[in-house]
Write a protein that binds this ligand. Structure first.
Ligand code: ACO
Length: 399
């Protein structure tokens, strides 16, 4: 704490906590993390059980509504999300305005922001029914916008939603369909993508969720706020680590090169990407599930030699005092990029694949924030370190 009270009207004591390392910005009932023991729960349900027994849309309902849906509620939610998968045709003109090689995440951020102009009624954020319609729209349209961005990047004709397919299968079809023939993913791959969506759906007050809450606290519409959250996720320190893991594994190239690589990490020449986490000081529970999913995917697609390098890297690292003493374990990004690659996604789609499921977490937190009477417009204070008051000097008198 530092006292920066400068006159009688000021607050007096306030905390100075750059990067909010020790500041709880809100109360929340959405996601629970116990970093010391590697526990992650959505609305009280362990992530392992949800990944094993649930589907992404069921988890989406849970995060957004607080309870698992019964059959009727689930069918209604699936219907509503499916109903909203199409985007206004003018969105394709927006897409055409981007350079042929535009990064899919950049295109997506702009597309999501542009959606606010199609739904001006979304500004009425205090109306719960109106909010629910916008939430359905966003959950439904994210895969469509992502697939459009991907196909634009490749110069391929757009594929429109097929609403009788599952959330994951429809997404894969919009991405990979060639000509008139529907892309039918292997059920193992379809399920793997659904599981990855479940694992990425929320992670409490991370950088992008905080961005969503901060923009939302000004009562901006959810499309604009979500575009901001996506921009935060686009940063390499947040949503880009799985790409860095793939680059690292390629560079190591062979299991024989691992000891030399580890030596370099211990000498602080570089970091072991996909290891360590600000909150988890034990095995990231999502990494354990993803590791198993990777094995299942590779049984279908054929084994990527990079998986063997990753497994051996983990084995050797976890025997090293350097990593053990610092509580450095694999995080969610260590194996996810390998699965995305096996499913046929180029590296530039990785942050997009993160943003689609995280949309649910962002919206759950946005909704919670608007329903919380304690929350006001986010407006932190500062500790001013600049110049004291001084008088203006005419330009001709300046040195
Ligand atoms: N490789 C080698 N050493 C590491 C690593 C790593 N991946 N991560 C942390 N360390 C070391 C640091 O050098 C430091 O050692 P020291 O105390 O001897 O100086 C100690 O562990 C603590 O590291 P910090 O950077 O202080 O930990 P912080 O909590 O700030 O950082 C972070 C967490 C950014 C995730 C870090 O572990 C890292 O850079 N990991 C690699 C990148 C990565 O995988 N990011 C994805 C995170 S998951 C997500 O965002 C979805």
């Amino acid at each position: 704490l530092r006292q920066i009270k400068v006159n009688d009207d000021d607050f007096g004591m306030m905390s100075y906590d750059p990067a909010f390392k020790n500041t709880a910005s809100t109360t929340s009932a959405v996601t629970y993390i116990d970093g010391a023991n590697g526990i992650l729960e959505y609305r009280g349900y362990p992530i392992e059980q949800l990944a094993e027994r649930s589907s992404f849309l069921e988890v989406a309902y849970l995060l957004l509504k607080g309870e698992l849906p019964n059959k009727g509620e689930y069918d209604q939610f699936v219907h509503d999300v499916t109903f909203h998968t199409y985007v206004h045709e003018n969105m394709t003109d927006l897409l055409d305005a981007f350079r042929y090689d535009a990064h899919s995440m950049g295109t997506m951020i702009s597309s999501v922001a542009a959606l606010s102009t199609f739904y001006p009624e979304a500004k009425d954020v205090r109306d719960p029914e109106n909010r629910w319609i916008q939430i359905n729209r966003l959950v439904a349209k994210m895969p469509t916008l992502a697939a459009f961005a991907y196909r634009h990047h490749r110069g391929l004709p757009l594929v429109y939603p097929e609403n009788e397919l599952s959330y994951a299968a429809n997404f894969l079809n919009m991405l990979f369909r060639i000509g008139v023939k529907e892309y039918k993913p292997n059920p193992v791959l379809e399920r793997a993508l659904d599981v990855l969506f479940i694992l990425h759906a929320d992670h409490e007050q991370n950088c992008s969720a905080t961005t969503m809450r901060v923009i939302g606290s000004a009562e901006a519409d959810p499309y604009s706020a979500l575009a901001g959250a996506m921009a935060a996720l686009y940063g390499p320190l947040h949503g880009g680590a799985n790409e860095a893991v793939l680059r690292m594994l390629h560079r190591i190239g062979h299991v024989d090169n691992i000891p030399a690589f580890i030596k370099g990490v211990k000498n602080r020449e570089e970091r072991l990407m996909g290891f360590g986490h600000r909150v988890y000081k034990s095995y990231d529970p999502r990494a354990a599930i993803i590791k198993r999913t990777a094995e299942e995917v590779f049984e279908v697609t054929g084994r990527n030699p990079l998986l063997d390098i990753a497994l051996e890297l983990e084995r050797i690292a976890l025997e090293e005092e350097f990593f053990v003493s610092r509580n450095l374990y694999p995080n969610v990004d260590f194996y996810s990029g390998l699965i995305y690659q096996a499913l046929g996604f180029p590296v530039e789609m990785f942050p997009v694949l993160f943003a689609i499921p995280r949309t649910v977490g962002w919206l759950a937190q946005w909704q919670e924030m608007l329903e919380d009477d304690e929350q006001k417009i986010a407006r932190p204070r500062q500790v001013f370190t600049g110049r004291e008051r001084r008088d203006f000097i005419a330009m001709e008198d300046r040195g």
